[in-house]
Design a protein around this ligand. Structure first.
Ligand SMILES: *Cc1c(COP(=O)(O)O)cnc(C)c1O
Length: 444
């Protein structure tokens, strides 16, 4: 288990010489289509610090894209996964099952919203979970159409590319895409033309109008939405939007799928972000934060929907791998023991207070938003026109990286800096990271 002093330390240029050497090998051996935000090669990770091969210690505001919420070497994850490794690495749950898979399904039934009977199926990646949610919804409804939203992101496989909104880099040149996928408006409050206060009602009315007039509600198997949109720019659909869409789905026999792959497992200060508006989805997809960094994903939902697919229709060789399941049980244990929902809310109050103060000083910050430890700033050239400022966003990320703070960008317009610190980060590191962001804004 890693035990690294929780202090930033920059001892070489970033990336340093050893990272640069590894990067040369990587460029020769690894496909160019697999990018990296920051080509600093990792040696060890503990709570809020990533230590690189040159001995630099970076503050982590990324958590490997919202994955290592409990840290990348959490004691309970390491302990349980190591014990499982000693016993067996794999049998394939579809050949001879094991208890860990069942325990994870039981935990998901307990933690996800709603008190109805629930069942789960486990997979390896978020995209695979979303694909399977579509399979299950189609089997249950015997309908084909799938509705998704502007700015939505659901993965990189063929079906999930079709479900994803943004062309570059996710879809460009990779078509043709899967059919029967329809995209409708989402209540993006900051950019809604008639104002944030109207966005929930107007966007839901437009979305429902498009579904009924262009697709036909009776043809729709599933509506899939991220309760807080991730890659699309940490967009919290404006108030009223999610309940209206959820109600429409219920009224029309459509399976409502909450894609909580990024927003789930304490990230937004709730076990699942849809709880903030009292939404109970029919199906929920999870991955990322679920297993402390081990590859695991799930579809969880109403038992009668989950049971609609015939035996053998769902699964996969590695789905619900025993080591990953042990990691998930360790991650969930850590979330409960350390009350990471409360930690996420503390991170939100620290970050929002500081970022809102920065917004008053720096007009490039058009919007501060997000919930829990899923916080973002949207950068604009002019707060009146809201013209996206992708160049400043990239410049600030670069300046932060040079100082030893790992930040990520996102957004349809590439103009959102997103902050996803591990929920176990210390208050000092959090504030130091915010100081670095503030200095980068001042130097812009
Ligand atoms: C990351 C993500 C996915 C895809 O997960 P992978 O594990 O990368 O396949 C799907 N939906 C959302 C909301 C995500 O953030």
């Amino acid at each position: 288990m890693s035990d690294i002093p929780q202090e930033r330390r920059v001892v070489t240029a970033i990336p340093g010489p050893k990272s640069q050497e590894l990067q040369q090998r990587r460029l020769a051996a690894v496909a160019a289509g697999v990018g990296s935000t920051l080509p600093v090669f990792t040696a060890r990770v503990d709570r809020g610090i990533i230590e690189d091969v040159d001995g630099n210690r970076l503050i982590d505001f990324g958590s490997g894209i919202a994955v290592t919420s409990v840290g990348a070497s959490a004691e309970a994850v390491v302990r349980r996964a190591s014990a499982q490794l000693q016993d067996f690495t794999h049998t394939c749950f579809m050949v001879t099952p094991y208890e860990g898979y069942v325990e994870v399904a039981e935990a998901l039934a307990e933690l996800t919203p709603g008190d109805h009977a629930k069942k789960s199926a486990l997979f390896n990646s978020g995209a695979e979970a979303v694909e399977n949610a579509v399979k299950i919804a189609r089997a249950y409804t015997k309908r084909q159409a799938v509705v998704v939203f502007d700015h939505g992101y659901h993965g990189r496989t063929n079906l999930t590319m079709a479900l994803t909104s943004k062309n570059m880099p996710y879809k460009h040149g990779f078509g043709p895409f899967a059919p029967e996928v329809y995209r409708v408006p989402v209540a993006y409050g900051y950019r809604w033309l008639t104002g944030e206060e109207n966005a929930g009602a107007e966007a839901s009315a437009q979305a429902i109008d498009q579904i009924t007039k262009q697709i036909g509600a009776e043809n729709v198997a599933a509506i899939i939405i991220e309760p807080v949109l991730g890659e699309g720019g940490f967009i919290e659909p404006a108030k009223g939007f999610l309940p209206a869409i959820r109600q429409f789905a219920a009224d029309n026999g459509i399976v409502f799928v909450a894609d909580e792959i990024q927003s789930g497992f304490c990230r937004t200060g709730q076990w699942f972000a849809c709880e903030d508006e009292g939404i109970v989805p029919d199906l929920i997809t999870t991955a990322k934060g679920i297993a402390g960094g081990l590859p695991l994903a799930a579809v969880t939902g109403k038992a009668e929907i989950m049971d609609a697919a015939h035996a053998g229709g769902l699964g996969g060789t590695y789905g619900g791998n025993p080591v990953a399941c042990a990691g998930a049980l360790g991650a969930i244990e850590t979330m409960k023991e350390l009350d990471l929902n409360a930690k996420a809310k503390e991170i939100e109050s620290t970050m929002k207070a500081r970022l809102t103060a920065m917004q008053e000083k720096f007009s490039v910050i058009g919007d501060v938003r997000g919930r829990g430890a899923m916080i973002a700033i949207e950068l604009v050239k002019n707060p009146a026109t809201k013209e996206p400022d992708a160049a400043s966003t990239a410049a600030i990320a670069k300046a932060c990286h040079a100082e030893g703070l790992l930040v990520l960008t996102c957004g349809t317009y590439g103009n959102v800096l997103r902050f996803l610190p591990p929920l176990v980060i210390g208050q000092d590191l959090l504030n130091e990271g915010l100081d670095i962001i503030e200095n980068a804004l001042a130097a812009l």
